[in-house]
Write a protein that binds this ligand. Structure first.
Ligand code: NDP
Length: 246
């Protein structure tokens, strides 16, 4: 699959990226803005979102919006408020990237405390369900809206000690596939990207002693996300795309 898009491929699009203050989400927000999109930056740490906001404004790319939100604490009314605000301010949503994620602690499944399990499931799965439930009507106001999920290799094949993270990524993939099927004959499309091993805070938490010199950086893995958000991918639905194919 070719992921090339034109430099202004996302012009006039409104794109919400969760977890856009750091890692892959941050890089994606910068590249979406560079390609002409008005970005909605959602994340937990306001200072990180403000840094991305400043970087976008300094480059004279379209002015973004900031939404500080802890996906672990947010309830259904927060998501409804987000949907109402987006509809009032922008009238539509062209792109949604469900990128925010938590790793939890890698350990044997039987040793995972229930509160850790619940938090990872809340952030990695339930928040996606609630966000889609409230935002699908706003996505339907766009001509061809695209939803992109951040997936993982352990969301396709379970791995020892990756317990709740792995299970959450399987569930998120199920969400993507179910919605892709439900909306197969509509203007909406749902796809997932596995970025593959990428040098970010999450990767360092999973592999603290790893030699990072051979690891891809966020800027190396965002091309498939940009492609799936652009009109070049209209008609692509239900795909699991590898950013680093073997
Ligand atoms: P990072 O840890 O670097 O960034 C995660 C982002 O998610 C941060 O912006 C963080 O915000 C946000 N986030 C986490 N918890 C919450 C929360 N409770 N509420 C709101 N925002 C939250 O991760 P990556 O960039 O590495 O990962 C991005 C996605 O890619 C994830 O879904 C991950 O599972 C997936 N992935 C990553 C791989 C890798 O090798 N890096 C490999 C395969 C998949 P804050 O910083 O404010 O906490």
């Amino acid at each position: 699959m070719q992921f090339e898009i034109s430099p202004d491929a996302l012009a006039n699009k409104i794109i919400l990226i969760t977890g856009s203050g750091d890692g892959i989400g941050k890089q994606l927000a910068l590249d979406c803005a560079k390609a002409g999109a008005t970005t909605i930056l959602l994340g937990k740490t306001v200072e990180k979102l403000e840094q991305v906001y400043d970087q976008i404004c300094q480059n004279n790319w379209p002015q973004p919006a900031i939404v500080p939100m802890d996906l672990n604490g947010a309830n259904e009314s927060h998501y409804q408020g987000l949907a109402t605000t987006i509809e009032e301010q922008f009238g539509k949503l062209d792109g949604l990237v469900l990128n925010a994620g938590q790793l939890g602690t890698l350990r044997p499944l039987a040793q995972i405390p229930l509160d850790e399990w619940s938090e990872v499931m809340q952030v990695n799965v339930t928040s996606q369900f609630l966000m889609l439930k409230t935002l699908i009507p706003v996505l339907q106001k766009a001509q061809h809206a695209s939803v992109v999920f951040a997936s993982s290799g352990v969301g396709r094949k379970g791995r020892a000690y990756w317990g709740c993270y792995s299970v959450s990524k399987f569930a998120s993939d199920g969400l993507m596939q179910s919605l892709a099927d439900e909306y197969a004959n509509s203007s909406l499309r749902f796809n997932a990207v596995n970025p593959g091993a990428t040098h970010t805070a999450m990767r360092t938490k999973a592999y603290p002693a790893e030699n990072i010199s051979s690891l891809k950086k966020p800027e190396d893995v965002v091309a498939p996300y940009l492609y799936l958000l652009s009109d070049s991918s209209i008609g692509q639905n239900g795909l699991f795309v590898e950013a680093q194919p073997k």
